[in-house]
Design a protein around this ligand. Sequence first.
Ligand code: UDP
Length: 339
Amino acid sequence: MSKKKILITGGAGFIGSHTAVALINAGYQPVIVDNFSNAEPSVLEAIEKITGTSVKCYNLDCCDAKNLNLLLQKEGSFDGVIHFAAFKAVGESVQEPIKYYKNNLSSLWEILELMDKSNTTKIVFSSSCTVYGQPDSLPVTEASPIKEAESPYAYTKQVGEQILTDRVKNGGMQGILLRYFNPIGAHPSSLIGELPQGIPNNLMPFITQTAKGIRKELSIFGDDYDTPDGTCIRDYIHVMDLAEAHVKALQYMEDNPETAIDHFNIGTGNGYSVLECLNAFERANNVKVPYQIAPKRAGDITQIWADTEKANRLLDWKASRTLEEAMRDAWNWEQKLSQ
Ligand code: UDP
């Protein structure tokens, strides 16, 4: 039987590359589309090395309808799409909102049009826990209210969910929205991992780069939040656990053709503060990371972590890797990178 062919937009990026590995491990054939705006072509070789399988990749922008049509002519229909391609930095989105609205929304509707043209009926959409805004009660469940978005990035995810929901309700398409919490870590081979360009926006690569001496010190954004140690709390999930959730989401749509649209929290169910994360990194790797307390960052919410019961039950998926494992994998990956 031929392998099911899955289009992964943004498939050379951090979560996309790990998902490509998880798909190959599960017997799927990924086809990657990436414009390499935030990824390196060397990732493709690394995926091949890990899996022993060659991966087809198209260097194109998902906002570019003309090139997507060429892709369609070459590839025809897909058994599913996983749509990662998007800008993802909360802080940057506050500084450059139009860039975020333009890219994140137009890429989504171009992909939906491509799906319609090619009779591709299943899509997994990268959503985010930021759709919940600052929740009233924790942990957040999928039934928690969608609050006012705290950043343009978060708003692109709220609107993206709505666009996809409206399209799916129109018939002939199934969609799963995965609301990611905070992905960290790297593949245990240290062949793929997070590759931020320039100064990292996210906590984990900033920690690893500071531990390596590339950055002088970590700035902790705020220590007077209403949390036990005053720093923000997030649900940090190993990127391989997150990657495997995408495979489960595809399988769920295959096994439940009556499912039109559904959403799932993809986290661990545990919240850790920035200081706790830093301590866990230092303990797991026996290294010191200098830090200072800095002003709060615009767009940050105080605390959030996931109720994952729905994903555990319906997707038959549960995060299995520990925070320490993620910290070790992230550090091993950083150490393998040339400066
Ligand atoms: N953070 C920090 N210093 C940094 C980067 C992030 O203190 O250099 C904090 C940030 O304020 C948030 C947490 O770390 O509380 C996670 O931030 P990240 O950007 O990794 O993910 P987000 O939750 O914003 O998507």
